[in-house]
Write a protein that binds this ligand. Structure first.
Ligand SMILES: [Zn+2]
Length: 191
């Protein structure tokens, strides 16, 4: 598809079993009916991180579009996200500050975040905020506000390679803002 990163559909999805459930798993056989519960807190934390990564991405897009074209890696974890780039020219501290300011401006406005599928290819999904659209199949929160104040840092990874990371230690995660809203409210946090 044009304007869309390569995605795989109908692929194999690996579920990592919580160690407390290892004994249950040993008893499961092919054809067994099982109930799978998602770790809601972790899912919500990663959804927040994913949303934050897009705000960082938008800030970089505006200030250093060349870096966006040179992305060689992305990593998202609880409480932080980062991108690695190949760039001709170093990202300056002034640019880092401006990228941080732009990313935080989305948080300050408390914008709504929407996710929706491609009209013909339902497995291809988009993330949208203030009319800015990023192809993404990740999980997200419904608003930018819970991300809280983002701190953006630059690190050199060697010649022509740079990393921009963001942290958001002041995030305020209300599980109710998890998107989409199909999570059962009584789901266990421990599964
Ligand atoms: Zn995403």
């Amino acid at each position: 598809m044009p304007n869309f990163p390569d995605i795989q559909v109908d692929g194999i999805i690996e579920h990592v079993i919580h160690e407390d459930d290892a004994a249950v798993l040993r008893e499961a056989k092919v054809g067994s009916e099982v109930t799978v519960r998602i770790d809601r807190l972790r899912r919500a934390q990663l959804s927040l991180s994913h949303t934050a990564s897009h705000l960082l991405f938008l800030g970089i897009t505006d200030i250093r579009p060349d870096a966006i074209l040179g992305i060689i890696g992305c990593h998202i974890k609880v409480g932080a996200a980062r991108f690695d780039f190949v760039v001709e020219n170093r990202i300056t501290l002034d640019e880092v500050a401006e990228i941080e300011r732009l990313a935080n401006s989305y948080v300050d406005r408390g914008d709504e975040v929407r996710v929706y599928p491609h009209p013909e290819h339902l497995d291809a999904r988009y993330w949208e905020c203030e009319g800015r659209v990023i192809p993404c199949g990740g999980t997200h929160i419904t608003s930018t506000a819970p991300v809280g104040r983002m701190q953006v840092h630059r690190k050199s990874l060697g010649r022509n390679k740079e990393r921009l990371s963001c942290e958001f230690s002041g995030s305020n995660l209300d599980l109710a803002v998890f998107y989409p809203r199909w999570m059962p409210t009584a789901a266990s946090d421990s599964a």
